[in-house]
Design a protein around this ligand. Structure first.
Ligand code: MLT
Length: 240
């Protein structure tokens, strides 16, 4: 299969993704948080492209089974039940709930890729499980890094390289774009100590400054879950 990496959502428009198999990555922290929420029993996560829409969507849902989650400038949004720390999405809080979720880069990247034929969410937490599934699927893959305010982000690119490195273990014949080869080199350089890489990254530094240092540890955990968030019918659910 052919594997291509986009370093930022601005590299393609919405229709580019039509029918494609897409993997969205936002290691710090949206994809890690979504994976944690679903691992802890959330019914579904509804990614939205702006805060106003999040409020509107949650207003139309009944029964107290819906929580608003996400961040603006890394911090919990006023009126939201949850921020964007993976540790907030505990079993006792999210089990059985629908989470309407907005984040600066991550949820917007997911919404951008909504026309994909298959759309999965990836972080260091679920690399192995996702790689196994992609091998079974045997389709060309686009890896969309959410980036940092439309710019390159080190952590998403290293994570893309980690996923590609896992895929190459099964099939050395995979066809790699230049961007894919670049992420493999980054993974070779930074993959030995993911927490250090996250700590030194620009967004990692901002999170530490804003009091979210502990989140980096969760984001650095490798293969701690088999959960693959799968976008279907405009919501993310655990792939069964
Ligand atoms: C995002 O989507 O931009 C990030 O998840 C921001 C954050 O770390 O909260």
């Amino acid at each position: 299969m052919k594997i291509e990496v986009l370093f930022s959502p601005v590299q393609a428009d919405d229709l580019f993704f039509t029918g494609k198999t897409t993997v969205v990555i936002d290691v710090l922290r949206a994809s890690t948080t979504i994976i944690n929420a679903l691992t802890n029993g959330a019914r579904e996560v509804v990614p939205v492209g702006n805060v106003e829409f999040a409020v509107k969507v949650s207003g139309g849902m009944f029964g107290g089974q819906t929580l608003l989650g996400g961040e603006r400038n890394t911090k919990k949004i006023e009126g939201f039940a949850l921020g964007n720390s993976p540790s907030e999405y505990k079993k006792e809080i999210v089990a059985g709930k629908t989470i309407v979720f907005y984040s600066t880069n991550g949820s917007r990247a997911i919404v951008k890729a909504k026309y994909s034929g298959n759309l999965f969410i990836c972080a260091f937490n679920n690399i192995k499980a996702l790689s196994k599934h992609l091998v079974k699927l045997n389709q060309d893959i686009v890896i969309l890094c959410s980036g940092n305010n439309n710019l390159f982000s080190l952590e998403d690119s290293v994570c893309a390289g980690s996923l590609i490195s896992e895929l190459m273990k099964t099939n050395k014949e995979n066809e790699l774009s230049d961007s894919s080869i670049g992420t493999l080199v980054l993974f070779k350089t930074f993959g030995k100590d993911i927490l250090k890489m996250l700590t030194e990254s620009e967004h990692g530094q901002l999170l530490i400054k804003n009091g979210f240092k502990d989140d980096l540890k969760i984001c650095a955990e490798i293969n701690n879950t088999d959960v693959i968030p799968n976008f279907t019918g405009n919501v993310l659910k655990v792939l069964r």
